[in-house]
Design a binder for this molecule. Structure first.
Ligand SMILES: Cc1cc2nc3c(=O)[nH]c(=O)nc-3n(C[C@H](O)[C@H](O)[C@H](O)COP(=O)(O)OP(=O)(O)OC[C@H]3O[C@@H](n4cnc5c(N)ncnc54)[C@H](O)[C@@H]3O)c2cc1C
Length: 427
């Protein structure tokens, strides 16, 4: 059965969220800008505003909704979470205010699944409560898209481990209470069996942040993507999350609905760009008419709406598949599809929005420049577009069968011959 409707009770929650994000969260982006700002627990002024807002969200029963009921969440399922993330995508601060900011969401899932009781006591509850933030440290300076080049190693030492190596773009490391670090533990086997995941408390000696990079357009002191050198970082045996060699299985555990949420937040951003385009179309006069009366501009609007609508339904369908019980592996095609589409659709819509705003669109007086960079980010972070396209193609080719003869099975001469044989004497 196909059903595109939203349960009216849940729609009320979405309506509350939409107003709350517009009125309470969007202004925070102006006062405390930058991707890292919502993670800075030492920004006393920002926290003083954020905390009561978080309380309001908790009172509405909308806090950390990505969690299953066993962790105090609502068990909403991915379609509902998708619809919520569409709204959260409108403000950088919104995921933090709703307790669903990455990478803390995925890191909490890892802790819940693989952490010891002591690690859970120390980190999980404060993380779920939004009192601390965490870091996911996997990408290395010599390559992120190919784990085969990872070189950061953990060696057994006494009854613990010693970590040495470098990590790159470890977001929010400077604010994190702990880091989840992927390390090579056996270089004699393929990388997918030779890496392990470790929980490293921030105070462990040897975590050296060489510098923090920002993405273009970010305020300098908000730069939060750390280049880290781990130098003889000693951790106890139970710092190993999961078993030795299970690093990628642990990494996959955190992917769950994360990509759906990212994609739906992108839908929210695209909607904002489209709203800006529509407003511009009915506001700006040139050559004797409104922009919205010019056919090329109408095409910009129509193409943007069509692409956004297709993308939105594609993401919700991927979410629905997860809700039907498809795990990450069996849902790989759908998930890779939305990851690729997010970057392309966002890019194309923002490009048109910039174009329609002319010089203003390019200036730092509009949010479009940052959205443009964000579209680029979508094509790189969490694995580049090319790699996800390869996943899509591999999935498609799994089912492909080679043609039996010299010509393709769709070759019309062969088809006609087969049809003649089938209906011989009857046509
Ligand atoms: C905003 C942001 C936040 C991030 N946060 C984190 C974080 O918290 N923790 C973390 O560990 N990492 C993080 N990353 C890193 C991210 O996961 C990597 O950037 C990503 O995996 C790509 O790795 P790379 O940048 O080293 O690019 P590379 O691996 O060098 O790839 C560069 C380009 O080469 C091309 N390419 C790569 N592989 C292939 C292929 N197989 N076929 C064809 N072309 C290919 C693509 O065009 C690709 O964009 C973040 C990145 C961004 C942008």
């Amino acid at each position: 059965m196909w059903d595109f409707s939203t349960d009216p009770e849940f729609q009320k929650k979405l309506d509350w969220m939409a107003q709350f994000v517009r009125e309470e969260c969007e202004p925070l982006d102006r006062l405390f800008p930058g991707m890292g700002a919502p993670y800075d627990m030492e920004n006393v002024k920002a926290r003083a505003i954020a905390r009561p807002l978080m309380e309001q969200v908790k009172r509405q029963g909308l806090w950390a909704c990505h969690l299953g009921p066993e962790l105090g969440g609502q068990g909403f399922g991915q379609v509902k979470l998708g619809l919520m993330n569409e709204i959260l995508g409108r403000a950088q601060w919104a995921p933090t205010i709703f307790g669903t900011a990455a990478p803390d969401t995925g890191n909490a899932e890892i802790l819940a699944m693989f952490g010891t009781e002591e690690q859970q006591r120390r980190y999980l509850q404060p993380l779920l409560d939004g009192e601390i933030v965490s870091c996911y440290s996997m990408t290395e300076p010599q390559g992120g898209a190919d784990p085969g080049v990872f070189a950061c190693r953990a060696e057994r030492s006494g009854d613990g481990w010693v970590i040495n190596g470098e990590k790159w773009f470890s977001s929010n490391a400077r604010y994190a209470e702990f880091l989840i670090v992927m390390c090579v533990t056996d270089s004699d086997v393929p990388v997918y069996q030779g890496t392990s995941m470790f929980l490293v408390p921030k105070e462990t000696p040897g975590i050296n942040i060489l510098r923090n990079s920002g993405v273009h357009g970010e305020v300098e002191d908000g730069a939060a993507h750390a280049y880290i050198r781990y130098e003889n970082v000693r951790v106890p045996a139970d710092a190993l999350l999961g078993t030795e060699g299970q690093g990628f299985a642990v990494a996959q555990a955190r992917l769950g609905g994360g990509r759906v949420h990212h994609a739906m937040r992108t839908v929210g951003q695209c909607q904002m760009a489209l709203e800006m385009m529509c407003e511009r179309a009915v506001s700006r006069h040139t050559k004797g008419s409104l922009l919205g009366e010019k056919q090329i501009v109408q095409a910009y609007l129509a193409d943007s709406w069509i692409e956004l609508q297709q993308f939105r339904l594609q993401v919700l369908h991927a979410a629905w598949l997860i809700d039907q019980g498809h795990d990450y592996k069996s849902n790989q095609l759908a998930i890779a599809g939305i990851k690729v589409a997010a970057a392309k659709v966002f890019h194309d819509i923002v490009q048109r929005a910039v174009q329609m705003h002319g010089s203003l669109g390019l200036s730092d007086e509009m949010p479009l420049g940052h959205m443009w960079i964000y579209a680029m980010m979508m094509g790189i972070m969490d694995g580049p577009t090319e790699v996800h396209k390869m996943t899509i193609a591999k999935n498609l080719l799994k089912k492909a069968v080679p043609a039996e003869g010299l010509f393709p099975s769709a070759h019309l001469i062969g088809r006609t011959e087969a049809a003649r044989l089938k209906y011989a004497g009857r046509y």
